[in-house]
Design a protein around this ligand. Structure first.
Ligand code: OSB
Ligand code: MG
Length: 365
């Protein structure tokens, strides 16, 4: 089938509470959605780039420009997701832009074949256990209230965002209050190797892992750190492809991997990361980028693959938004159901979408 064009749609959607990390505070998401229109029907993809280039080099307007000026021209009228991946290869970087277009094309391809993302990717479970990523707060009591709330809702694992000055004390407080809670931390590159002895002070709290303590290009530093702390190191920002995942594993820099399709250029590469980690006996879990239901649906399907053995950051819609753009993902017994309908299995509610849309641009193929 032939591609007729890509519709870019910018929406502004408020978060239910501010989300603070070592790289900044989000109070709302500006999300770039991609709708692929073909002779066979349409499909949706969500670009996970943030408004500013503070998590990685990508940002919403840059991603839109890359799609418009460099990706769409390389597609021509092609709608095949594998050919798209090949056609995008000469464009360096910009994995989130590529992933958004790739996801929209894969959604079309799967809907035309009456196949769900889960079936296609190789899902082995009908539901995926949910964790929740808890931002940096102004005080420890405020953090404990937030954690208590999520635990009461049934989340199976808590991840605390940390940075220098907000690490040992909040972790100790949460661990004392919840002795058996699966708990992990995420630094989003906020430390240096000189902090190794400080980070080793987290060892007594029986954390599942420390996520991305050092800058993304410092694989050697993470390998050195892994020998100085007992808590397993898990890479997020550093892992931009299956090849880099294999390299980081072999070098001893990561013993658990966070997989985000947007960070690695799409769902096809995300599955390769899953496979290479499985081949090395390295467990993976599904990260998140505060996605709406569109991105979440596909992530939840990915998280149902066999080597996703740890709960991910795939939380319920209500953790992020008062009203999601799709039917909400709801926590049931601490898990989210993997959609079973064709493609991503959900569709945006046109009225909700219209109310949130700040701009629409149709790009003919
Ligand atoms: O590092 O995992 C991260 C959100 C935005 C950018 C980076 C990260 C995160 C999260 C939240 O931790 C994950 C989620 O709940 O979607
Ligand atoms: Mg992270």
């Amino acid at each position: 089938t032939e591609l007729e064009g890509l519709e870019l749609r910018w929406i502004d959607i408020p978060l239910v509470s501010p989300f603070r990390t070592s790289f900044g505070t989000e109070t709302a998401r500006r999300v770039l959605l991609v709708r692929a229109v073909t002779g066979d029907g349409e499909g949706w993809g969500e670009c996970v780039a943030m408004d500013e280039p503070v998590y990685s080099a990508e940002y919403v307007e840059g991603a839109a420009q890359v799609i418009r000026d460099f990706l769409l021209p390389r597609l021509g009228r092609g709608a095949d997701p594998w050919k798209a991946e090949e056609a995008f290869r000469p464009v360096h970087g910009h994995p989130m832009a590529k992933a958004a277009v790739g996801a929209a094309l894969l959604d079309v391809w799967l809907r035309a074949r009456d196949t769900s993302f889960g079936e296609f990717l190789g899902a082995v479970r009908p539901a995926v256990p949910s964790g929740v990523s808890v931002g940096i707060m102004d005080s420890v009591p405020e953090l404990l209230d937030a954690v208590d709330g999520y635990v009461a809702e049934g989340y199976r694992r808590i991840k605390l965002k940390i940075e220098p000055g907000w690490d040992v004390a909040p972790v100790r407080a949460v661990r004392e209050r919840h002795p058996d809670l699966p708990l992990q931390v995420d630094a989003n590159t906020a430390y240096t190797l000189a902090d190794a002895r400080h980070l080793a002070r987290l060892d007594p709290f029986d954390l599942l892992l420390i996520e991305q303590p050092l800058p993304e290009d410092d694989i050697a530093g993470h390998a050195a750190l892994a020998r100085l702390v007992a808590t397993p190191i898990c890479l997020d920002e550093s892992i931009t492809s299956a090849a880099i995942a294999a390299d980081a594993i072999v070098r001893g820099a990561t013993s658990v991997v966070n997989i985000k399709p947007g960070r690695v250029g799409g769902f096809l590469e995300a599955r390769r990361v899953h496979d290479v980690c499985a081949a090395h006996g390295v467990p993976v879990w599904c990260g998140g980028m505060l996605e709406t239901g569109i991105g979440r649906a596909a992530n939840v399907a990915l998280a149902a693959l066999p080597n996703f053995t740890l709960p991910g950051d795939t939380s319920a819609s209500s953790r992020y938004f008062a009203t999601d753009v799709t039917e909400p993902f709801v926590l049931e017994d601490g898990a989210l159901l993997v959609p079973t309908g064709p493609g991503i299995g959900v569709a945006p509610d046109e009225a909700v979408l219209r109310a949130l849309t700040v701009r629409t641009e149709f790009l003919p193929a």
